[in-house]
Design a protein around this ligand. Structure first.
Ligand code: CA
Length: 390
């Protein structure tokens, strides 16, 4: 029996000892243990590990690389599994978690075939649903690191330019949407030209991402260069980063692309992940997107983004792209769920298409862990605030 007495700290709960995600609370770096957190500042972790967790951010730990990550995780498993509280152990509540690392670069991919086909059909009804490059490379764009915010941060309805029959107007968006995604937090030495198997050692952990999107702004601005102001106003991430090591059992092969890929994108053993997402809109579950349906893995995404010599550095956040499955109730955006606003979604008795002021969206996820346990990804939640006055 662990000295941590918490009904949520068991192997069949998402934040049991098999998960131990890292976050930053007012008391410093912590790992989540059920519905509370273990602060690391007072623990005797030694000369090598101690300084990595003595600050108010995960930055030093991210930079330290895989051997330090593994050593620290093994040590923490020992500590939380002990029968009596080790010296310096201090538990805290989960309130007040901040963005736990400095986001270096933010890249957003587009790796769900179902999402790409749905968006293609909605935005380009007369064209091919999937563009010809999609099965040959992980499509992505460079996003805006400075507006990545921690779960719980209110999302102000953005202004933007949209097209009307009388010409463009600048107003608060009328089509505010979500994108349910899985994010990969990078670390280790600065590197480029990674193979997929090398790329894995540059991923510290996994978090949920909500890539808030203004669809009317996006539809007008995105051609020919892709997303810009329709995406950059806010991107929310979980407050707790689940270490990649917790996902060993969840590893699966992604669905086939239907063609060979070039050698630099070939994975010996693929890094698809069997993660089940759940999207709640004002407390009502409206979708359960399956991450195992993603066609490109994070290892291929990192190999691709660094293939031209571009660097991967600690704090880079790599988002998967909207996770959508083949069924209607597996779609990871309201654009798809409402089919471009034409098929409203019933949310607690109300018919909805896009987000209204005051709406709250919460995304959670779980994956299979060792010995039948459940590995959790911490929620990413956000509530829409009205647009600014001007
Ligand atoms: Ca996205």
């Amino acid at each position: 029996m662990s000295w941590i007495e918490d009904p949520a700290f068991t192997a069949d709960e998402p934040f049991g000892p098999q998960t131990l995600p890292y976050g930053v609370l007012p008391g410093g770096i912590a790992v989540r243990v059920g519905d509370q957190a273990l602060l690391l500042r007072g623990l005797a972790l030694g000369e090598r590990l101690g300084p990595l967790v003595a600050t108010g951010t995960l930055d030093a730990l991210l930079a330290a690389g895989r051997p330090a990550w593994s050593e620290l995780r093994a040590r923490l498993v020992e500590i939380v599994s002990a029968a009596s509280a080790p010296r310096g152990a201090e538990l805290a509540g989960l309130d007040g978690a901040v963005l736990p690392f400095t986001v270096a670069d933010y890249v957003d991919f587009y790796s769900s075939r179902h999402h790409a086909e749905n968006v293609g059909r909605i935005f380009r009804p007369d064209g091919e649903a999937l563009l010809p490059n999609w099965t040959h490379l992980p499509i992505g764009y460079h996003g805006r690191a400075g507006t990545v915010v921690v779960s719980g941060t209110p999302v102000v309805r953005p202004h933007g330019q949209r097209r009307t029959s009388a010409g463009p107007v600048f107003e608060p968006t009328r089509r505010l949407d979500i994108e349910a995604e899985v994010g990969f937090v990078c670390g280790g030495p600065v590197a480029s030209r990674l193979t997929p198997s090398q790329a894995v050692d540059h991923v510290f952990g996994v978090a949920l991402v909500n890539d808030w999107s203004a669809r009317d702004v996006q539809a007008w601005e995105y051609q020919p260069l892709g997303p810009f102001l329709g995406k950059s106003f806010a991107t929310s991430v979980s407050a707790w980063i689940t270490p990649l090591e917790a996902f060993a059992v969840a590893r699966v092969s992604p669905p086939p692309l239907g063609n060979d890929v070039l050698p630099y994108l070939v994975e010996e053993r693929p890094w698809g992940l069997d993660v089940d997402l759940e999207v709640e809109w004002n407390g009502v579950v409206v979708s359960r997107p399956p991450f195992r349906e993603m066609s490109w893995t994070f290892a291929q995404q990192l190999a691709h983004l660094s293939a031209n010599g571009a660097t991967v550095r600690p704090g880079d956040l790599i988002a998967s792209g909207t996770v959508s499955g083949p069924a209607r109730d597996e779609r990871g955006s309201f654009l798809e769920l409402s089919w471009g606003g034409k098929e409203p979604v019933v949310v607690g008795g109300d018919e909805r298409t896009f987000l209204e002021d005051g709406d709250t969206v919460r995304i959670t996820a779980t994956a299979p862990g060792e010995s039948g346990s459940v590995v959790g990804l911490a929620e990413v939640v956000g509530t829409v605030s009205p647009a600014d006055e001007r």
